[in-house]
Ligand binder design. Structure first.
Ligand SMILES: O=P(O)(O)OC[C@H]1O[C@H](O[C@H]2O[C@H](CO)[C@@H](O)[C@H](O)[C@H]2O)[C@H](O)[C@@H](O)[C@@H]1O
Ligand SMILES: O=c1ccn([C@@H]2O[C@H](COP(=O)(O)OP(=O)(O)O)[C@@H](O)[C@H]2O)c(=O)[nH]1
Ligand SMILES: [Mg+2]
Length: 734
């Protein structure tokens, strides 16, 4: 039976060891709180870090920790102090976290920490491999484990691997700064499905994949070797019923059952009628915009002094990553700001800010959510922000107002909140006023819509949508319908080849025998290739022909006096050994006059592209262009050309990073059948890599062995990875 495995840096529970005694606490942070309910229901396991330092543990403690975690269906990945310093506090939280949240000035790039990041990802991989079988479904989470999908995929090719990023994915201009960007992207591409909270993060990721790895992206699918990787957005929800029911239940509490916090909150309301509470809850993190929020609150009090003594900001900041210097500084700054503002505005009856620096148990969170008239959630950047959603879920009377930063992923689905730019203090302070003065009807109507969506798209739905999408990836996993040669098939092929009495070998050039260069002129044959071709053509009963879209002059210079046939310009020219060039088709080329300037215009407007003028065709090459610009331009080129070529018997070939306009009546299919006239071959082998070679695959007789280089869709029977493998295969044959 295959099982489901969740992997994240932090487990949903944290173990604390004090005086040899184990205590188990729930983890804070959106990932742990969100996924916990998903995990609780299933029968899978969760792999992650227990929060302990590995060398602290005696053998006995280690066993006890494992036992305690196993009860929670968790398996620990042990981290040493060095791992915690360099991988967790270091690379994860001093490099990836600030960079992905657009805090470039906080981002450090330390090679030693990168090495540690790789080492710990390998450590996680080992635990995953030790606890899984090929075929299990593995769901990996977040920025601490970006390399893990690739490490696991290598050993679990038949497992479906999902990856979800809980934080923002930054725009290409930010991501490109990162020194190890290729490795990170390739690490993520080990997954079969990659999920983000919002479409914007997804779009940024795809843009990096296109520009940095230069991979083909079709809508939201990435073609990577022979795999298709799906990318999609899944906005994470919360356990709606848990928050809703807890707050419903709370309404029924008798005075004696109330928490101390609840009693104090009620006292606040009683102390002066009409006073209101504004709530803010976050981990103490610079991305959450806490100092900014305090300053904006001060701005509000100055702008609308009538609210002094009438409103109170209750601010919960949960300690987080406190060994990272920026977090230490933030703590100091927050303390000072709260002190200054309370000092400035407080009266005998009123302190404007109630500030807590600790974490609260669930019951107290509910007290805070249900007692606050306004929730002020104003991060500078936030992947999602679940607190905003939790606040909404607890408002069982459908009152209360949410003010939400447009920089939080949650803002994309929570339109009925008051959405603000947290850097605009004017807007900030007006939003507070608007929230405090909002009519009950308006509160209700906004809340209703918000609640409806959160209830429907809850965390369970989120997880099941992700899993459903992950299980569907299987169907379109392979990019090509053709197959690799199996060992048996290859042996048969060699036998067939050896037995044959008259053999024809048709080889395309670029992308088949020689790999692509930025400038096509540089892709000239090397000595190894000359030797290989000479060897093939010197065999008995063997006709070798190169069949290419290249122009005749180039091939004439590259392959003078050779013992093999040359077919150029997609089949316009043919040269047999020791014979003159013959023209297979008599073609006109006057059309070029009108089309050349159009293509040149595109070349001028699209940096990195150029026009190649051949005798009978024109080719616009865009290999070096920015891939996203090229995507738009190729569409434009195709549209413009389609109208120009009408009535000219011309066709547009969309090749590998090239668009070529040529006469419709010539193609490699016709040229290759020309070679079959008057000769009986009992063995035909054709290898080619691009769209233009498909004509050849199509027109050759059924018994021909046709091979596609690369992983695009094809009519060929087999495929092979790249030019190197083609050469190796030919060496094996001959
Ligand atoms: O594990 P820590 O270093 O203590 O940090 C706590 C978690 O913070 C981050 O949460 C993110 O995930 C939330 C749910 O998807 C999302 O709402 C929020 O915007 C994110 O910041 C982090 O991604 C987790 O890995 C941490 O465990
Ligand atoms: O004292 C606290 C304060 C908050 N939270 C939880 O921490 C999570 C914070 O997640 P969010 O997505 O808002 O931000 P993150 O901390 O993940 O960046 C929410 O589920 C809160 O309920 C908690 O468990 N204890
Ligand atoms: Mg080719």
């Amino acid at each position: 039976m295959s099982k489901n495995i969740i992997v994240s840096n932090r487990l949903p529970v944290q173990i604390v060891l004090e005086n040899e005694k184990l205590a188990v606490f729930p983890s804070v942070g959106g990932l742990a709180t969100g996924m916990k309910s998903v995990h609780a229901d299933g029968d899978g396991i969760w792999i992650g870090w227990s929060g302990l330092e590995e060398t602290q543990l005696t053998q006995k403690n280690k066993e006890n920790v494992e036992k305690a975690l196993l009860k929670e269906k968790c398996i620990p990945v042990p981290l040493t102090q060095d791992n915690i310093d360099d991988f967790y506090l270091g690379f994860s939280n001093k490099t990836l976290w600030p960079l992905f949240h657009y805090f470039t000035e906080y981002t450090s790039f330390e090679n030693s920490q990168w090495l540690s990041y790789k080492e710990v990802n390998e450590k996680f991989a080992k635990v995953v491999l030790d606890n899984s079988e090929d075929g299990d479904t593995i769901w990996i989470h977040d920025y601490q484990l970006l390399l893990l999908p690739e490490l696991v995929k290598e050993h679990r090719p038949n497992s479906k691997i999902g990856f979800f990023l809980h934080i923002p994915y930054p725009s290409f201009e930010i991501f490109r700064i990162f020194p190890w960007r290729e490795q990170l992207l390739k690490g993520m591409l080990g997954a079969d499905l990659i999920g983000f909270h919002t479409y914007d993060y997804e779009r940024h990721f795809l843009s990096s994949v296109k520009r940095i790895l230069r991979l083909e992206v079709n809508f939201n699918q990435i073609i990577y070797d022979d795999r298709v990787i799906k990318v999609d957005s899944f906005p994470m929800g919360i356990d709606y019923d848990k928050f809703y029911n807890a707050s419903k239940l709370k309404n029924e509490n008798t005075q004696a059952e109330k928490s101390d916090l609840q009693i104090r909150l009620e006292e606040h309301h009683k102390s002066a009628s009409g006073t209101k509470l504004i709530l803010s809850i976050d981990r103490l993190d610079y991305t959450k915009g806490i100092p900014n929020r305090i300053k904006a609150f001060e701005y509000f009090l100055n702008q609308y002094p009538e609210y002094k003594e009438k409103v109170r900001l209750i601010m919960l900041a949960v300690p987080s990553r406190s060994n990272v210097p920026q977090y230490k500084r933030l703590k100091r700054e927050t303390d000072e700001l709260v002190g200054r503002i309370n000092g400035k505005f407080s009266t005998v009856n009123w302190t404007p800010i109630w500030y807590f620096y600790r974490s609260f148990p669930f019951e107290n969170l509910i007290d805070l959510y249900t007692s606050s008239d306004v929730a002020l959630i104003t991060p500078l950047r936030d992947g999602m922000n679940l607190v905003a959603k939790e606040y909404v879920a607890t408002r069982t009377n459908q009152d209360g107002v949410l003010i939400l930063s447009e920089m939080a992923g949650a803002s994309k689905e929570m339109n009925e909140a008051i959405i603000i730019n947290p850097n605009n203090f004017e807007q900030f302070s007006n939003a507070i006023k608007q929230a405090l003065e909002m009519s009950e009807e308006e509160q209700n109507s906004r809340m209703k819509i918000l609640q409806k969506r959160l209830k429907r798209y809850n965390v369970e739905k989120w997880a099941s949508e992700f899993m459903k999408s992950l299980s569907n990836t299987n169907k379109n996993q392979k990019t090509v319908q053709a197959t690799f040669f199996s060992k048996n098939e290859k042996e048969n092929e060699i036998k067939k080849f050896k037995k044959a009495k008259n053999r024809l070998i048709l080889l395309d050039y670029d992308g088949t025998l020689s790999s692509f260069k930025d400038n096509p002129k540089e892709a000239s044959p090397d000595n190894e290739l000359y030797e290989l071709l000479d060897k093939i053509s010197s065999q008995k009963n063997t006709t070798l022909s190169l069949i290419s879209g290249r122009d005749k002059e180039t091939f004439h210079n590259w392959f003078p006096n050779k013992k093999y046939t040359l077919i150029t310009d997609h089949g316009v020219w043919l040269k047999k050994p020791e014979q003159e060039w013959e023209e297979l088709a008599i073609l006109k080329n006057e059309w070029m006059e009108s089309i050349l300037p159009v293509l040149e215009n595109f070349a001028d407007n699209t940096p990195g592209t150029f026009v190649e003028k051949k005798e009978y065709s024109l080719a616009w090459h865009y290999r070096k262009a920015d891939p996203e610009l090229a995507e738009t331009r190729t569409l434009e080129v195709n549209t413009v050309l389609s109208s120009l070529i009408a009535n000219h018997d011309l066709s547009i070939l969309n090749g590998n990073k090239v668009i070529e306009i040529k006469n419709s009546s010539v193609n490699k299919g016709k040229a290759s059948t020309h070679l079959l006239i008057n000769t009986d071959y009992d063995y035909i082998l054709a290898i080619g890599d691009d769209y233009t070679d498909e004509f050849m695959f199509e027109e050759l007789p059924d018994y021909a062995t046709t091979i596609k280089v690369g992983f695009q869709k094809t009519k060929a029977k087999y495929y092979i990875k790249d030019t190197e493998k083609v050469r190796a295969f030919l060496i094996e044959l001959f």
